[in-house]
Design a protein around this ligand. Structure first.
Ligand SMILES: Cc1ncc(COP(=O)(O)O)c(C=O)c1O
Length: 381
């Protein structure tokens, strides 16, 4: 590695950024790439468009690697996770009586879209993951009318990491489509779409992938995407894209068929640069560092009798998210506590019933006292 992580993340003095599960920080190289792209646009517009397409191609290759996808044809670039999930929900052909299994703890993007199918006679079943065997809770709800299991591989509230391989195998065995919301996973932990037998994987790039908001990856296997009716049309999604004199057209067989028009090129420049950082470090190393930070936070929390860990204590269940609460305080108090921490330059979120901390691989965690003092000054005020 010919660069230092500290140099790539020159956060302002005193800022403790523990909020990658909400919106991540851009590395220095990303900021520079976007600045240069803006300058280029100002000076010469799209005179060098083929080079832009080269960056777009590199981003697709990086996403393919990050996901463990067999081919870049399986990767579509969409606006956000919610859009990707909507392409699935409104692309599939539902029958009244069909059901979808999700969890009670899902982020609203991976719940509302399925609930919106109620007027087509489709019901949603909710598994409670607060259990020793959360995967079994999901599998118990599947029956002959289950068409889809849609789950976040890492839960946004408490950071619970699910055994998606086990879920994928069960889905495959029962002919159920398997959709993974990987926004709290990709960029923090290693991922393998083929190994977990996912039919669909969706994730926006603005959290652990350290990119901007508004550019997401939508992975589909060829068989799964063939089952989706197309919902959006334009020049870019055809097999003949770029041949503007041609009148006949057909949808591309690749996942580009989900990309109707011009790409978000500024976002592509940014995300490509951010992923280059993660992949230069190497995802195995990134994962090791993220898990070590999370372990350190769990250790600090365990040291305090008045704090209660809400994240799973088992390392194999953990990811980059560590959530805890101050005993005897309600949700409103935790919301106020998080506002207090933010005023002290400790950036975190109130989620999952407590304070959610989410450091990335580069985050310095040298000072447990700072967090403790900030919390104590609020609790004892
Ligand atoms: C599990 C999960 N899914 C989706 C999202 C966001 O979805 P979108 O990319 O549509 O904004 C979040 C954001 O917090 C999330 O935690």
């Amino acid at each position: 590695m010919s660069f230092s992580l500290a140099d790539e993340f020159p956060l302002r003095e005193g800022l403790q950024y523990l909020n990658h599960a909400a919106v991540g920080v851009w590395p220095r190289r990303t900021a520079r790439k976007v600045q240069a792209f803006a300058e280029e646009n100002m000076r010469q517009g799209a005179a060098d468009y083929p080079r832009w397409l080269g960056t777009e191609h590199r981003l697709r290759q990086r996403l393919r690697r990050l996901l463990g996808a067999p081919h870049i044809d399986d990767i579509a670039l969409v606006k956000n996770t919610s859009e990707g999930l909507s392409l699935i929900a409104y692309g599939l052909d539902w029958q009244p009586g069909d059901n979808i299994v999700i969890s009670k703890q899902e982020f609203p993007s991976n719940r509302i879209v399925w609930e919106s199918l109620a007027d087509q006679g489709v019901s949603v079943r909710y598994a409670d993951l607060a259990h020793d065997d959360p995967e079994q809770q999901l599998l118990n709800l599947m029956d002959a009318r289950t068409r889809l299991l849609s789950i976040s591989s890492v839960q946004f509230g408490n950071g619970l990491r699910l055994d998606i391989r086990r879920l994928g195998q069960a889905c495959r065995a029962q002919g159920v489509l398997f959709c993974v919301d990987a926004i709290q996973h990709l960029g923090a932990l290693q991922f393998d779409a083929q190994e977990c037998l996912a039919d669909f994987v969706v994730a926006d790039g603005h959290k652990w992938m350290l990119g901007p908001e508004g550019l997401a990856v939508f992975y589909s296997t060829p068989a799964a995407r063939d089952r989706l009716r197309l919902l959006q049309y334009g020049w870019h999604m055809t097999a003949e894209a770029g041949d503007f004199d041609r009148r006949d057209w057909q949808a591309a067989t690749s996942a580009r068929r989900f990309e109707p028009g011009s790409p978000n090129m500024a976002g592509i420049y940014a995300l490509e640069a951010s992923l280059s950082l993660l992949q230069d470090v190497g995802m195995a190393k990134v994962e090791g560092l993220v898990l070590e930070k999370a372990r350190q936070l769990r250790h600090w929390i365990a040291d305090r009798d008045d704090w209660q860990l809400l994240s799973p204590p088992q390392p194999e269940r953990g990811a980059g998210i560590v959530t805890f609460r101050v005993r005897g305080r309600d949700l409103a108090a935790h919301q106020a506590l998080v506002r207090h921490l933010m005023r002290q330059d400790i950036i975190c979120a109130c989620r999952g019933g407590g304070v959610r901390l989410s450091p990335h691989c580069y985050t310095p965690l040298s000072d447990p006292d700072r967090l403790a003092c900030a919390i104590d000054s609020f609790v004892h005020a």
